[in-house]
Design a protein around this ligand. Structure first.
Ligand SMILES: Cc1cc2nc3c(=O)[nH]c(=O)nc-3n(C[C@H](O)[C@H](O)[C@H](O)COP(=O)(O)OP(=O)(O)OC[C@H]3O[C@@H](n4cnc5c(N)ncnc54)[C@H](O)[C@@H]3O)c2cc1C
Length: 299
């Protein structure tokens, strides 16, 4: 109850107070801050993913500007000699305006990244975008071999979507799904989502995909590793992916056990909506926001 009361007050919390909390999850507002964070992570043995924060842009000009920002991010990754790639939301490059616009923007980014030896991940947003995102990804795959997709375990449709993907080289980031979807189309029970994640992972491995296990759920990670073990997969066939600032002790344990742990580093002025989503997952941090807002300090 306390948490939901705090949640409802979040939009009224002053921006500087929110930043004190958000900076745990976001590298900073500038590309330089993201490159610094990625370099520090590289020093600790973690490859990275760079994400320019934002979504739901309107119109061609705005979407083009986002493509330009991603090109600069890709360039900076290459210049800093980082093992990192770019990850892009469909509505950030124009999906809400037109599917064709998002496709052409992704295609341009895929070419740009390919020329620099980088990979490009097409992210997955809420269920209103799933069909279009899958169509875009399948179109991209015909021309570009440096693109991957995200699939959400929460959605009932995902096993069918996996089955329908065209044959050939495939790289999928498997996630539980951050968007709370209605019970008629998605699992809502935490255990059901976990089981679906493991089943989808198995299905992806069966078709020879490279799977990025994007989670901080150690128990579920263990079940996925059991499949890796049974199938005698190599380190090159899978990796863990984690969010900047979330559950670092888990990354360390996976790393020490010899698994690759790639860290997703978001940056940019649009940090507020992203941080609000993360805070909704973490009641302890919510209490921290409340104490800071009331001027009580503390950790
Ligand atoms: C690299 C990466 C990329 C992603 N891309 C997408 C995407 O494209 N589309 C999409 O829908 N979703 C995406 N997600 C989000 C994903 O769907 C989940 O919402 C998110 O990973 C949390 O689920 P979990 O598997 O970690 O399990 P959970 O059960 O949510 O969490 C496991 C443990 O981690 C802790 N934890 C989780 N989040 C936080 C947090 N913010 N702060 C503190 N502790 C936390 C929980 O308290 C719990 O103890 C991505 C996640 C990652 C790691």
């Amino acid at each position: 109850m306390l948490d939901s009361a705090v949640l409802s007050t979040l939009p009224y919390v002053p921006r500087p107070v929110m930043w004190q909390v958000a900076k745990r999850y976001v590298a900073g507002e500038t590309l330089d801050s993201a490159i610094r964070a990625l370099s520090a992570l590289a020093g600790r043995g973690h490859p990275g993913i760079i994400d320019v924060l934002g979504e739901d842009v309107n119109g061609e000009a705005q979407a083009r500007a986002v493509v330009h920002e991603y090109q600069q991010a890709a360039e900076a990754v290459v210049k800093a000699k980082l093992d990192a790639y770019v990850s892009v939301k469909p509505t950030h490059v124009g999906l809400r305006t037109a599917e064709k616009l998002a496709l052409s923007n992704y295609a341009e980014l895929a070419r740009y990244c390919k020329q620099r030896g980088l990979f490009l991940r097409v992210e997955m947003e809420d269920n209103t975008t799933t069909d279009a995102t899958l169509r875009i990804f399948e179109e991209l795959r015909k021309e570009h071999d440096n693109v991957g997709l995200v699939l959400q375990a929460r959605l009932f449709r995902t096993p069918d979507d996996i089955a329908k993907l065209a044959p050939g080289k495939l790289s999928v980031r498997m996630v539980k799904g951050i968007y709370l979807e209605p019970a008629k189309i998605a699992h809502v029970d935490a255990d059901a989502i976990r089981e679906a994640f493991v089943r989808c992972t198995q299905q992806l491995f069966e078709r020879g995909a490279f799977v990025s296990l994007a989670t901080h759920d150690e128990r579920m990670g263990q079940s996925c590793l059991e499949i890796v073990r049974q199938r005698k997969l190599a380190r090159a066939d899978y990796e863990f992916q984690v969010l900047y600032g979330v559950m670092e002790p888990v990354w360390a344990r996976w790393n020490q056990a010899g698994h690759t742990v790639r860290v997703y580093v978001p940056f940019g002025p649009q940090w507020l909506p992203y941080s609000l989503r993360r805070l909704r997952k973490n009641p302890q941090m919510l209490r921290h926001v409340m104490r800071a807002t009331l001027g009580l300090g503390g950790k």
